[in-house]
Design a binder for this molecule. Sequence first.
Ligand SMILES: Cc1ncc(COP(=O)(O)O)c(C=O)c1O
Length: 451
Amino acid sequence: MSENRAPKNHVFYRNQNWTYPRISRGEGIYLIDEDGKRYIDACSGSAVANIGHGNKEIADYAKKQIERIAFTHLSRWTVDTIEQCAERIAKWCPGDLNHVYFVSGGSEATETAMKMARQYFIERDGNETKKWKVISKWNSYHGATLGSLSMSGTLERRRLYEPLLTDFPKINQFYHYRNPWNAKTLEETSILAAEELEREIQIQGADTISSFITEPVVGSAAPGCHPEKVYFDMVRSICDRYDILLIMDEVMSGAGRTGREMASDHFQVKPDIIALAKGLSSGYTPLGAAVCTDDIFNTIMIDGTGHFIHGHTYAGNPLSCGIADKVLKITERENYVQNCAKQGEYLLSKLEKLYDLPIVGDIRGKGLMWGIEFVKDQKTKEPFKKEDQIRGQITRACMEGGVVLYPGGGSVDGVLGDHVLIAPPINTTKEEIDLMYEGIESGIEKVSRKL
Ligand SMILES: Cc1ncc(COP(=O)(O)O)c(C=O)c1O
């Protein structure tokens, strides 16, 4: 039986056990509720509001663009804002990822990437090709639609829907803190995790695999986890050797979030397709994209049938594209990516003090995308029991102190494991990091003392 705490109205909320404050407006890093209480949005919703809330320049721009042209269907028209946005995204992506297929969010972006990979091999090799499977990982999240959930390795999100999902092969994540190989260093974990990809390809048969999907820095499934560069050196070379496309899910980590334009840049890896959403439009409008190389585009669209069998009504609408272009333009003009890298380092220097609290097990991340994992015992890494509801307790305690974090769990075995994601707007200042940290520390301390 639920706690039935959500407001009583016609909205079908996600979680009836949550008390939902009613937000009346946003201002920079703050969300302000009806009673005037100010919350520091230390997770940007879910790593979305990259340039903060209530941006006047975006609001003024959106009004003008709506008056000019808000919607056209991409199957029949093109508009300057769509073209400009695609050009800017291509500039932000590595190598020859020059072709931007717009969608409306992250799940659509990863699912588009999966379909694009499938059509690429059909166009290149003919209908007889057997290449359709996507290798993905446990402790990964790629979306809630059936295709993207099939690629996801988050057991709790999958369990109910298992009969509806495609059974894609899964390998282990580069989750060093709980790595299954007993590896002592991140480098060792990175190498062993990459070797699993080659092993799985050999088990499945390379002729059945279209692609491998991975996040460069993990989001909600095991926030902040990332490998060393050697992982992507090996993965890139394995994918090339076995004729498999590398899909990088940068839905959370892309668009400046990790202190680089794309998190792929940290590892100097060029994927074949990058999935983007969230920070791309900073939440000012729903937008996602699957960005592919010249080879994929040319194979399907120039040398092939010229028609990608896919599409969504709101995809590539001139309003969303115009807004995203403006968000990225502001990010470039104000050097927010550089700010993200700088404030990320500063935040880490503060977060490291949290290891003094006995329930803090692991802190990892890049830029302004940090995960904290909580444990019952720092030495043994024993997780809390589910009924302890640690992630909920910590989120509530921090919210009472005016700081919002993004809770999650299940990274130990699909059920156990508690963590939070810290991902404030990438234009957060040093002073705001100080305030944010105070709230985070006191919230975690409060829960830690009570246990
Ligand atoms: C890495 C990653 N991929 C895909 C998705 C799905 O995006 P959306 O919720 O916009 O459909 C998410 C959402 O959290 C994500 O973090």
